[in-house]
Design a protein around this ligand. Structure first.
Ligand SMILES: Cc1cc2nc3c(=O)[nH]c(=O)nc-3n(C[C@H](O)[C@H](O)[C@H](O)COP(=O)(O)O)c2cc1C
Length: 399
């Protein structure tokens, strides 16, 4: 007999839903190929500015907002600014993470340029850096020059296979110390601190367990706080049609949720009760992923300037790419680093656990890192909006 679940829905009602198996053969749940078309390599003879931007937009970035605008009105340069309609004001109130995503974008751009023998001259915040609130001034200006001395950067090889992997990892394997050393080598010239808690030579089980607890706690705080939870819920793209329409945000492919949404029984605009089935199962899923984690990677800066945030984003992109080439999987756990009141205790705890005292230091990135669980498939690519969505070719906006 078919198993059934009772699902408590927004508004307090209860519906009976069949198991996922009952949806087998139905369509419209998965990520359509059109939403990930940007992961196909661009032609090698494409105009160099468009070529490098086609790779840059594959950068990791918070909530997959892809908030990047590339201004090509000066034929000699690319001017990059943030699309301020794509910020995360509740979970990222100072846009620190958004700026990190901009750093990751710049790094992918630079790597792609090397693949075609171009050197990138990058000026960060050429018209000055914003303070707490972002504005329309560029976060970078890039000029590309072909030079016989530029060799393809090895990290570029992973540009199309880099992923964020939120699944459970192999719980028997902390990251090998040899792999930590390779990761370290990709960021060693950057003025920031990098570390991995839990590695084969020093499993540091106590500290790994403590980080797990703090990240689980911060995740819970985000889900049970109405304004932060709703910020994410507004970015849920539920089922193939919505995923294809937006090509950003948080993708939901669960047949059950897609069906409930279609039936009008799952709302992305109503705050679910902390004890709702959806919230409880999300917490359980996150806890299970944490429980499978033997290693956490972190980046910290002494200070927290906009340039340092960009630098940290560039460094994370490099680590994620190098990880992909080593067979490592990564998943940022940013909840405990966020700057809203309900997670201030978790934020303080992470700084203490990593021995980088705040406010002198800012932990810019904390990520699960490990090896895929036995038998897990390769993680698929996340949607991208594609090059045209990022291009601005007209006159520059007034600041
Ligand atoms: C600064 C920063 C913070 C992030 N924080 C989280 C996070 O807390 N949880 C998460 O699942 N993914 C996080 N991510 C990963 C993004 O969600 C991911 O890059 C985006 O969805 C695109 O997917 P992709 O990396 O597979 O291309 C973060 C990425 C960046 C750059």
């Amino acid at each position: 007999m078919e198993r059934r679940h009772f699902i408590r829905i927004a508004g307090g009602g209860v519906v009976v839903a069949a198991t996922a198996g009952a949806f087998a053969g139905c369509s419209g749940f998965g990520i359509p190929a059109s939403a990930t078309a940007a992961w196909q390599p661009p032609p090698n003879d494409m105009d160099i500015r468009r070529f490098v931007l086609s790779y840059a937009l594959l950068a990791p970035n918070p909530h997959n907002r892809q908030p990047w605008i590339a201004d090509l009105s000066d034929p000699e340069a690319i001017s990059l600014r943030v699309d301020r309609a794509r910020l995360l004001p509740e979970t990222d109130p100072f846009s620190r993470q958004i700026v990190m995503g901009c750093g990751a974008f710049v790094e992918l751009l630079r790597l792609a340029a090397t693949a075609r023998g171009y050197y990138s001259e990058i000026t960060l915040f050429p018209d000055g850096a914003p303070s707490d609130t972002l504005d329309d001034r560029p976060f970078a200006r890039v000029t590309l020059t072909q030079s016989p001395g530029v060799q393809p950067d090895l990290l570029f090889r992973s540009a199309l296979k880099r992923r964020t992997d939120r699944r459970e990892y192999d719980s028997t394997r902390p990251v090998a110390t040899a792999d930590v050393l390779v990761l370290q080598s990709t960021v060693q010239t950057a003025p920031l601190q990098f570390g991995v808690v839990g590695q084969s030579g020093n499993t540091d089980d106590g500290r790994v367990a403590a980080i797990r607890l703090v990240t689980n706690d911060a995740w819970r705080a985000e889900l049970i706080t109405e304004r932060t939870m709703l910020e994410s819920m507004h970015l849920l793209r539920v089922g193939s049609a919505e995923i294809d329409e937006h090509r950003d945000g948080i993708v939901i492919t669960s047949p059950m949720l897609v069906t409930l949404k279609r039936l009008g029984l799952f709302s992305t605009t109503t705050f679910p009760a902390p004890d709702s089935k959806g919230t409880v199962s999300q917490l359980a899923k996150f806890d299970a992923a944490s429980a499978s984690t033997r290693s956490y990677l972190w980046l910290a800066t002494e200070g927290n300037s906009r340039e340092q945030q960009l630098l940290a984003g560039r460094a994370y992109a490099r680590l994620n790419l190098m990880g992909a080439s080593l067979g490592l999987v990564m998943h940022p756990n940013s909840q405990a680093l966020q700057e809203y009141a309900e997670v201030s205790a978790q934020r303080a705890a992470i700084h203490t656990l990593l021995q980088v005292p705040a406010p002198q230091f800012t932990v810019q990135m904390l990520a699960r890192v490990g090896y895929p669980a036995a038998g897990s498939d390769e993680e698929g690519p996340a949607p991208r909006r594609g090059l045209a969505a990022h291009l601005h070719e007209g006159p520059r906006p007034r600041v």
